[in-house]
Design a protein around this ligand. Sequence first.
Ligand SMILES: CC(C)(COP(=O)(O)OP(=O)(O)OC[C@H]1O[C@@H](n2cnc3c(N)ncnc32)[C@H](O)[C@@H]1OP(=O)(O)O)[C@@H](O)C(=O)NCCC(=O)NCCS
Length: 199
Amino acid sequence: MSHISVQRFSGAQLGTYLEAVALLRIAVFRDFPYLYDGTMDYERKYLRTYLECPQAVVVVAFDGPQVIGCATAIPMAFEEPAFQRPFIEHGYDPARVFYCAESVLRPEYRGKGIGVRFFEEREAHAQELGAFDWFAFCSVVRPPDHPLRPAGYTPLDRFWEKRGYSKHPELGATYIWKDIDQPHETSKRLEFWLKSRRR
Ligand SMILES: CC(C)(COP(=O)(O)OP(=O)(O)OC[C@H]1O[C@@H](n2cnc3c(N)ncnc32)[C@H](O)[C@@H]1OP(=O)(O)O)[C@@H](O)C(=O)NCCC(=O)NCCS
């Protein structure tokens, strides 16, 4: 673990890392609260949006040459209508929102500040683009008594609050994927968190 580096990629370079993003998403998001039973087919469709958007960014963490984690972000205007709708309904212009989609880091590399870098790098990319008032991301809502909730599970809320984000339960969306304990895709409630770019 001695050669950790973090780099940003966008434009033509971004495509090089999308397969690594897909593999990390499938591996890391199997855990609660995502419980995502991922496939490369689903990933290819999901990640195509990033390939098609010149303003999207992928932040990649390496241990030497090996990819150990990544984070993605994209202007909300490029995201699907289901994500833009709550913002429009609550008076936010999606064109002014920069959406930090996911952070996924292999468990053995956690607690070393890489997650903080993921936010810093994505926000720095948005600042360089210069067109946004808000940074946003969303978390998945699971019932407190969900059978797969690990004993002693701590949500990431404090980590996100320390990055300057606040939860906005009024900004909700639903999204569909297959859970590891379900036979079919089911819809999940997502809640957005926001941070003002100018704070
Ligand atoms: C989210 C994630 C990328 C964070 O990465 P990380 O490198 O472990 O985080 P950092 O080391 O930068 O943590 C920074 C701070 O947050 C705290 N923190 C990290 N994970 C935490 C957790 N699960 N609960 C509470 N605090 C946490 C750290 O203690 C540290 O606090 P400090 O600033 O007081 O020292 C990583 O936990 C992960 O991949 N999780 C699984 C996927 C996920 O849930 N992604 C988020 C939604 S897409």
